[in-house]
Design a protein around this ligand. Structure first.
Ligand SMILES: NC(=[NH2+])NCCC[C@H](N)C(=O)O
Length: 376
């Protein structure tokens, strides 16, 4: 008998991060030769980049060799997923040096690499989220052809209100609570204020952990709180949980469920933020790494937009199969000891572009439904 073929795509259906993966969007990084360190970018990456940035410095260029190596690794990742029988979709190609502007600001466009960030799939609904970073406001346009096709196949498609991201739109509460003054580093002199606008709904898809009928959401400031209420009101059938201030923004280098009852967790400290039933889950903690950090001195470019925990940002192909960075053999060994089949995929510059394999993907079709994984 021949191997069963994948069923024809049945439209968006994705409730979790670990049941069998059928269809996925993998980002792309063409022309990712600079970060525009505008005030919204600086605030978003403050924890990672603050010590490395000079005041007012905007364009942080990235050597072409690094971008080429990144694209090589992303292609290897897409090929590995296809090799696992997953249907891989790609965003459209971004142009070079694209500028985006609104009546209130202008910035350089971010290429559609971390497609986890601007969308969250909630069951059969595509939800475009409300970007924190000005250069990302039009990033999802590179995925719209796929979203339109999914809509034609019966998916629902919603978008959070597009934020103005004018001067004063973003809440600094997460840093204020820590006693960190971000005002000088994120000064926003060139942006035009919008009269009376105040704090807006601003939120990234990567702040969510999807677990069947439950969704965990990192809420670390008022921008996120407004988004949490929007999600709750639009999806009353899902059960919503706050992870109050578990991170500045994204959570997928902190808590990554691998299967019901087992998760990757950055450290035991993070257990207290989880909903009660999940605090009893078994955790795999990131082991020390023997592979030396990449040395960027020869490029004169050392601005990390991700922490050293980015390698727990793995992508599950199913409950027993995980794609892991081949440059983290200790995590691979640990997962293999636990009975996982590991698909090693190289990702060299994971600290320079804000994302690992999980961030690079948007899993639009998985088998699992709205199960109750948090039942007592
Ligand atoms: N979806 C993402 N882009 N996640 C990346 C999270 C990275 C996290 N801020 C860290 O520094 O480890």
């Amino acid at each position: 008998m021949t191997q069963p073929q994948l069923a024809a795509p049945a439209g968006v259906h994705s409730f979790d991060d670990f049941t069998p993966l059928r269809e996925v969007v993998v980002g792309r990084a063409d022309h990712y030769t600079a970060h525009d360190a505008d005030p919204t970018w600086r605030l978003f990456y403050f924890e990672n980049v603050a010590p490395h940035l000079a005041a007012g410095q905007r364009q942080l260029s990235i050597p072409q060799q690094i971008v080429d190596e990144l694209n090589e690794d992303v292609t290897g990742f897409a090929d590995a997923l296809a090799g696992c029988g997953v249907r891989v979709l790609r965003p459209s190609a971004p142009g070079k040096d694209v500028q985006v502007s609104s009546p209130w600001w202008s910035s350089s466009a971010t290429p559609p690499l971390n497609v986890r960030d601007n969308t969250v799939i909630l069951g059969k609904t595509i939800v475009e989220t409300a970007p924190h970073i000005r250069g990302r406001v039009f990033e999802n346009d590179h995925l719209k052809a796929h979203f339109t096709r999914y809509f034609e196949q019966g998916a629902n498609w919603l978008s959070m209100p597009r934020p103005a991201l004018a001067a004063g739109s973003l809440d600094t509460a997460y840093f204020d609570r820590e006693g960190i003054d971000v005002t000088a580093a994120t000064a926003d002199e060139t942006a035009v204020p919008v009269d009376g606008l105040g704090l807006e709904m601003v939120f990234d898809g990567a702040q969510c952990v999807r677990l069947g009928r439950d969704v965990l959401v990192n809420v670390s400031n008022h921008n996120h709180e407004l988004a949490y209420r929007w999600l709750e009101r639009n999806f009353p059938d899902l059960r919503w949980h706050r992870l109050p201030g578990i991170a500045d923004n994204h959570v997928d280098s902190i808590v990554v469920p691998l299967r019901p009852g087992l998760m990757l967790l950055r450290s035991p400290h993070y257990r207290q933020f989880l909903p009660e039933p999940m605090r009893g889950w078994e955790a795999i903690y990131p082991p020390p790494s023997s592979v030396p950090e990449q040395d960027y001195d020869e490029f004169g470019f050392v601005i990390p937009t991700a922490s050293r925990y980015i390698d727990i940002n793995v992508l599950s192909v199913d409950e027993n199969t995980v794609v892991v960075n081949s440059l983290y053999p200790e995590l691979i060994a640990l997962l293999e000891q636990r009975g996982f089949t590991v698909v090693p995929v190289r990702h060299r510059h994971r600290r320079l572009f804000g994302g690992g394999h999980h961030c690079f993907t948007l899993d639009t079709v998985r088998d699992g439904g709205p199960e109750d994984y948090l039942a007592a």
